[in-house]
Design a protein around this ligand. Sequence first.
Ligand SMILES: Nc1nc2c(c(=O)[nH]1)N[C@H]1C(S)=C(S)[C@@H](COP(=O)(O)OP(=O)(O)OC[C@H]3O[C@@H](n4cnc5c(=O)[nH]c(N)nc54)[C@H](O)[C@@H]3O)O[C@H]1N2
Ligand SMILES: Nc1nc2c(c(=O)[nH]1)N[C@H]1C(S)=C(S)[C@@H](COP(=O)(O)OP(=O)(O)OC[C@H]3O[C@@H](n4cnc5c(=O)[nH]c(N)nc54)[C@H](O)[C@@H]3O)O[C@H]1N2
Ligand SMILES: [Mo]
Length: 651
Amino acid sequence: EATTRRITRAFFAAHSLDELAERSDYWLGQQGRLTEPMVLREGSRHYEPIAWDDAFDLIAQNLRALDDPDDAIFYTSGRTSNEAAFVYQLFVRAFGTNNLPDCSNMCHESSGSALGETIGIGKGTVTLADVENADLILIAGQNPGTNHPRMLSSLERAKDNGARIVAINPLVEAGLSNFHNPQRVRGVIGKGTELADEYCQIRLGGDLAFFQAVGALLIDADDAGEDVLDHEFIAQYTSGFDEYRRHVAEIDWDDVHAATGLERAQIERVAQMVATAKSVVVCWAMGLTQHRQSVPMIREIVNVLLLQGNIGRAGAGACPVRGHSNVQGDRTVGINEHPPAAFLDAIDREFAITAPREHGLDVVNAIRAMRDGQARVFIGMGGNFIRATPDSRVTEAAVRNLDLTVTISTKLNGSHAICGRQSIILPTLGRTERDIAAGGEQVVTVEDSMGMVHASRGRLEPADPDLHSEVAIVCEIAKRTVGAAGTIDWDAMRGDYRRIRGHIERVVPGFDNFEQRIATPGGFALPNGPRDARQFATDDGKAHFTTNPIEVLHLEPGRLILQTIRSHDQFNTTIYGLNDRYRGISAGRRVVFVNPADLRELGVSDGDRVDLVSEWPTSAGVEERRAHAFRVVSYPTARGCAAAYFPETNV
Ligand SMILES: Nc1nc2c(c(=O)[nH]1)N[C@H]1C(S)=C(S)[C@@H](COP(=O)(O)OP(=O)(O)OC[C@H]3O[C@@H](n4cnc5c(=O)[nH]c(N)nc54)[C@H](O)[C@@H]3O)O[C@H]1N2
Ligand SMILES: Nc1nc2c(c(=O)[nH]1)N[C@H]1C(S)=C(S)[C@@H](COP(=O)(O)OP(=O)(O)OC[C@H]3O[C@@H](n4cnc5c(=O)[nH]c(N)nc54)[C@H](O)[C@@H]3O)O[C@H]1N2
Ligand SMILES: [Mo]
């Protein structure tokens, strides 16, 4: 955000749409901050300037001209503040649709589903203090060294407090295996600490089998007379234990081995650590959430935690580590294509409107609707829909099929270049910038992975004096599209965000005394039933054990399973540089990491150029997708598994 480079109208006059569509997101992002609203008129190959008012009117006209509000799609990326997200979803519902896909559909959606079903809240159950005081921490499918660097300090503190750490990952990630804390003298000059006491180099997709095996071993140990399970907790707070117990008693260790690639002895070692730990935290991120089997996989983590009552006590719990700074808060305040009825009821009461009750479209169904010509208008509150979504060829064609795309953005990216027949770019303030509204300087709020809500105040001069805030942009579009729906006062909210927080306080449980409590340093914690009081808002008021079949991914000879990862020099689709220093990669992102033994079998060598070809079985036969010209890197990843960066491999 703090770059001094600026994109002006001269830039768009010099670069045609076709040229921009050919450019990489690295190049696009390097051009600097967007400063002026731009429009691409139908049939034109260049964006041209448009006045703010004209842009808002054009958007409202297009929305009002739709036959059905469901023909519009309103995407959100997770940087959007609670205040902006709340007015955005209010506008969308007053307009008449629940089409609110968001980046979490591709991120922690599966965590939310699995946790919601089993413990009654789609969020984690730990505080930072729990992580730092845990006796044992399992870190599955997460690369904190690059993606959550501040978490390493908490892990180090946990270690100092005597915790043991188990990493479960097909890649040996440097942050976990050889940690240098630059804030400590010995961190800079010493040789780094081994954070992980045990490294399970698991096969991709093997975690369901892994956690089920751990659960089976815990029950065995307890049956053998060791004091492992928390029987009181199981009896008082859970349901489904007997069925779970029967299910895991029949576990097939050959399947476990095939799915995980791990030796039984290592899984037994981990189970022993879990059995003897006083408290256990399980952390996870994209390595677990992005599988077809992610929901049952994460349910297996819950099973293991429930066995020992590791929910709702100090130093223990479930810890899905989020991505975008406010992705969790956006959900809390209503960015949700299938919101709970209670939320919609509260919106209706607060604003005297009738919000639609039908489920809206998530990301994948939004792409289908665009592809099939049902959707006509797309509005993106931040993010980079084109590059963040899978199956690029289909998505690009789908978006080009639209009458209008609108992007509210800080920087240029692929979604501005690959767009609808008409397209509007609305530049906006970043959260680090001062936000002055009619009622004076504004603050916004965000919620972190631990459910802590705190204020965020921009301190920098805006990149351009004419930039509008996200709140202002939404309120202007809303005013012109739905007018004075119910008792909604768009101008009042836009002028003073305390008005928005007042509405949030009355609509969303847990925000009582919102305004006073954000003045507290560090903010305040939203209520969390499982964590605070072992209360589980499920159908029977108990936490649920579940039974989940183990699926072994079978590969044809000569094939590998590909995962996508982030490099050190990127934040999602924003690429800052071409290096990935912890993995020893420089000057290039089109690389594929493969185990040396697999390379020998494939007859491919380190440094070779290859195409990555994906085979996808459909009813019409096997479809092929091809990503061209990748450099092969011999690398310690699990056998049969490969890794490459996103978004290059999204195709
Ligand atoms: N610097 C930086 N920070 C970021 C981001 C960024 O792009 N750059 N993105 C932010 C966002 S939105 C998010 S969601 C988070 C993402 O944070 P992470 O989830 O840490 O990000 P990824 O790079 O996708 O790493 C996935 C990890 O899971 C492992 N993995 C993959 N498949 C499996 C599997 O089947 N089993 C197991 N056990 N492990 C597996 C991979 O080897 C890798 O270590 O980071 C956030 N922070
Ligand atoms: N293959 C593959 N695909 C993935 C993933 C993966 O691991 N593998 N990860 C998925 C995950 S976890 C996520 S979260 C999604 C991310 O999907 P998105 O959130 O859609 O993508 P980002 O790259 O974070 O969006 C970056 C853009 O947001 C805009 N922006 C930045 N800050 C602001 C702001 O303050 N306000 C506004 N209005 N705009 C802003 C800028 O224009 C920037 O170009 O990608 C998903 N896609
Ligand atoms: Mo994410």
